[in-house]
Design a binder for this molecule. Structure first.
Ligand SMILES: Cc1cc2nc3c(=O)[nH]c(=O)nc-3n(C[C@H](O)[C@H](O)[C@H](O)COP(=O)(O)O)c2cc1C
Length: 205
């Protein structure tokens, strides 16, 4: 029986989307894994997206279908990606999670693997707080939290400025958003995808 891995993200400028692609690629490396790739709904008005330059950036992932909350219940493992907003998850992701009360009431996510990845503008802008505070919601759902173990070699490199935490993959965008996820960050994201899929498969057995 295939292990079902759902990757669900919110991205405004594309950085979290790029990490999500790397995560899905990593999960695909594990045999008999079925990937569902989704984004959550935008809440920002069109004119604000236009002014902030996000409208053009979002075209790159406009093809990704919107997630439905019921899809969470169908997965064995769920990887959630969100940009950091003031050290926390984005409202768009919070809004999606706040529609999962019905799933919570049924215990529909209990025992599923949950994992989180993020993006910040600055090096110490809150990657760890975003990921670990996100974990609280997953724990309320009874999910089994999985991060990135230090067997991912990229976590300890001192050769470059890089994202990547033991709590989950991450990237840095720079204050103007011009920095794109590095090879090291994408490799850590692939590691997370593989690791989550492998653990979900073991739990399924
Ligand atoms: C309202 C707002 C709050 C933000 N808060 C933070 C923050 O606390 N720390 C930080 O480093 N970057 C912060 N940023 C920058 C975003 O994290 C950055 O734009 C995002 O990671 C880019 O991801 P994306 O390309 O997937 O949208 C903030 C951006 C906005 C619009």
């Amino acid at each position: 029986m295939a292990t079902k891995v759902l990757v669900v993200f919110y991205s405004m400028y594309g950085h979290v989307y790029t990490l999500a692609e790397a995560i899905a690629a990593g999960a695909r490396e594990i045999p008999e894994v079925e990937i569902t790739f989704r984004q959550v709904a935008e809440l920002v008005p069109e004119e604000v997206l236009e002014k902030s330059g996000a409208k053009a950036a979002r075209e790159a992932f406009a093809h990704v279908p919107l997630a439905r909350v019921e899809e969470l219940a169908e997965a064995d493992a769920i990887l959630f990606g969100t940009p950091t907003r003031f050290g926390n998850m984005a409202a768009q992701m919070r809004n999606f999670l706040d529609q999962t009360g019905g799933l919570w009431a049924k215990g529909a996510l209990v025992g599923k693997v949950g994992s989180v990845f993020t993006s910040t503008a600055s090096q110490h802008g809150g990657q760890e707080t975003t990921i670990t505070s996100f974990h609280i919601t997953l724990l309320h759902h009874g999910m089994v939290i999985v991060g990135v173990p230090y067997t991912a070699p990229g976590l300890t490199t001192m050769a470059e400025i890089t994202g990547g935490t033991p709590y989950g993959a991450s990237t840095l965008t720079g204050v103007d958003g011009s920095r794109q996820p590095s090879d090291n960050e994408k490799e850590i994201a692939r590691f997370q995808g593989r690791h989550v899929a492998e653990i979900a498969k073991r739990l399924q057995r």
